[in-house]
Design a protein around this ligand. Structure first.
Ligand code: NAD
Length: 349
């Protein structure tokens, strides 16, 4: 299996293959870049069809974390780990312990957090074997405490990011009467929708999970549409908060929204779709810039959690996006391309 010559290899500093006979652990940990600090990133467990697929995923995702943290002005590098296996059947305490020991051997160069297939509870369990896990501590808020789950922070950052996009594309400071289509009302989407409603927006929502959508519709006084109908709505903002690759050849021609701004990771199926959005006059808030609230939240857990400081830092997503938007406008380039350039300037400095 090639490593250095795969397309997803991007000068990664360190790639570690970890295995444990007894528990059946097969994991890959990738540290993409640690110029700005330790490489923090989620630990994904997935029944990958092949080892090559797992390697590609960890290389791509760890690189993405470098860009996300640099863009969010955090003293963090980019890393990720993947475990090859089915999280429903293969995630035993023995396997998590072996994974934690593998993380520990990197002496803090990589810090693990929850991701698809792992949970806050799994990270708490791993914390018995290594201090190098994040997203595990309860956090003080305005009115009490909340769990390590970063979703509320991600939702708030996305809300702030939508305000920036609305300012740039529509020239408005207020969200009153703004029409927003939210795809996916899970942890982030529901919280975001609540904030949008509070700010006076009108909502259209969809989800494949029937109970989630009925519950959300009642609470938000939102119009429910079928999953396929969310793209073509005559709204101001389309907020993808479900899954990746939703901006693709099939959906772009349907979009009537003037702004695409949501929390989902990897929204563009391919970079050329960013160019296509620009060509159509649709402002795209690059996903890893607008959804950085979660990583900001996790970062503060490690350096000392101060609710007000976290909130201020998340609100910086507004200025980060404005910098991207203004530069993209001046240089007539897609926003995703400009965001990458700014992130690279920050982590290569
Ligand atoms: P979640 O699983 O809680 O919610 C996703 C929701 O989308 C679910 O309710 C699901 O039923 C729905 N969904 C799935 N496929 C759909 C489809 N085809 N059409 C409509 N709805 C669909 O996940 P989450 O934590 O809310 O995260 C949402 C997105 O944001 C993901 O892409 C995630 O990677 C990204 N993200 C989350 C965080 C975080 O802090 N949770 C941080 C950064 C990025």
């Amino acid at each position: 299996m090639a490593v250095f010559s795969t397309v997803d290899f991007a000068d990664h500093e360190q790639v570690v293959f970890a295995s444990d006979d007894k528990s059946g652990l097969k994991a890959i940990i990738a540290v993409h870049n640690s110029n700005l600090g330790p490489a923090l990133g989620g630990c994904r467990m997935w029944p990958y069809a092949s080892e090559e697929e797992a390697l590609r995923d960890v290389l791509r995702l760890s690189r993405g974390m470098t860009y996300k943290s640099a863009m969010a002005n955090l003293k963090l590098g980019g890393g990720k780990s993947v475990v090859i296996g089915n999280p429903r059947t293969g995630k035993t305490p023995e396997l998590l312990a072996a994974l934690a020991r593998a993380v520990d051997k990197l002496n803090g160069r990589y810090i693990a957090a929850e991701d698809s297939g792992t949970s806050v509870e799994d990270m708490k369990f791993m914390a018995q074997y290594t201090p190098h896990v994040a997203g595990v501590k309860d956090k003080p808020t305005d009115g009490g405490t909340r769990s390590g789950d970063p979703s509320p922070a991600t939702a708030y950052g996305t809300f702030v990011g939508i305000q920036a996009a609305v300012k740039e594309r529509l020239g408005r400071d207020s969200l009153e009467g703004l029409k927003v289509a939210v795809q996916g009302v899970g942890h982030v989407g529901l919280d975001l929708a609540r904030q949008l409603k509070e700010a006076g927006a009108r909502l259209w929502i969809t989800d494949i999970h029937r109970e989630a959508i009925l519950h959300a519709a009642r609470e938000l006084d939102a119009t429910v549409v079928a999953p396929d109908a969310i793209f073509g709505l005559d709204v101001d903002v389309f907020a993808p908060c479900a899954l990746g690759a939703v901006i693709n050849d099939h959906t772009v021609p349907q979009l009537k929204a003037k702004i695409v701004a949501g929390a989902a990771n990897n929204q563009l199926a391919e970079p050329r779709h960013g160019m296509e959005l620009m060509r159509r006059g649709i402002l795209y808030a690059p996903d890893y810039v607008i959804n950085a609230g979660g990583i900001i939240d996790v970062y503060y857990e490690r350096v000392g959690y101060d609710h007000a400081a976290v909130k201020r830092h998340i609100e910086g997503i507004h200025d980060n996006l404005m910098e991207v938007f203004v530069r993209a406008r001046k240089e007539e380039r897609p926003t995703g391309e400009v965001a990458d350039a700014i992130a690279e300037e920050r982590f290569r400095r």
